[in-house]
Ligand binder design. Structure first.
Ligand code: URA
Length: 227
């Protein structure tokens, strides 16, 4: 067991084996280093900030009337990994940050279980504003909001996208297949063709801890797709 043991236990995992790939290569190697050097990272950071300001003033759907804070996204603009959830909950709406409630604590453990931290990845949701009482997003809300997510993906240029839950998976893959049909195999995201892996939403894992081992498999699959 190493220092990641506690996180793996939080994930409900008591037996594990890491592959031979060195940990640090999953963070900022090769083309992301280039990204740093050629100044495009700085430009992308600026563009993400501009986009975040645009989202802050957004009134494209009715959610602007009930939201507390817009939850744009968080993490590194140089991240190789991007994790996408559904929509902010109550705590996220208060803080303006994604995955800071109970599901966020578990997401942190999921990241730590593959030796990543929140700072190594970029985290965003399909919807940037909280639907009242955490109801399912309406189609019109998704249509108005999804362009923000698409632009975030264009700017961060993740090398692997992890869609958490049926909703994010269906939106990102433009599919109506259910989670069981979508998980367990690699997909590609739209025009960027970035590899995409579907896994369970951390909020679901809080209710159904038995699915944590499948989530672990999904994270290993995602890691194996990084070159
Ligand atoms: N659930 C989500 O899908 N996103 C969050 O930010 C929090 C909970």
């Amino acid at each position: 067991m190493d220092q990641h043991g506690p996180y793996l236990r939080e994930m409900g995992l008591t037996r594990w084996r890491f592959g031979s790939q060195s940990t640090d290569r999953t963070k900022f190697p090769s083309n992301k280093e280039q990204h740093f050097r050629d100044g495009s990272l700085k430009a992308n950071l600026g563009n993400l900030a501009v986009l975040a300001r645009e989202a802050d003033g957004c009134r494209r759907c009715g959610l602007h009337r009930t939201r507390g804070k817009v939850v744009f996204g968080s993490g590194s603009a140089a991240a190789r990994w991007m994790f996408v959830g559904e929509a902010p909950g109550a705590e996220e709406d208060k803080q303006g940050l994604p995955f800071v409630g109970r599901a966020g604590v578990l997401l942190g453990a999921m990241l730590n279980s593959i030796r990543l931290s929140r700072d190594d990845v970029y985290i965003a949701n399909v919807l940037k504003c909280r639907p009242p009482n955490n109801r399912d997003p309406f189609g019109q809300e998704v249509r108005e909001c999804a362009p923000f997510l698409h632009r975030q993906i264009d700017l961060v240029q993740p090398e692997i996208i992890v869609a958490m839950g049926r909703f994010a998976a269906q939106v990102l893959l433009d599919s109506d297949q259910n989670l069981v049909q979508l998980r367990g195999r690699p997909h590609n995201f739209g025009e960027t063709s970035a590899p995409l892996v579907v896994t369970y939403h951390p909020a679901y894992l809080l209710r159904s801890p038995a699915a944590k081992s499948k989530t672990w498999e999904d994270l290993l699959l995602a890691r194996s797709l990084l070159t």
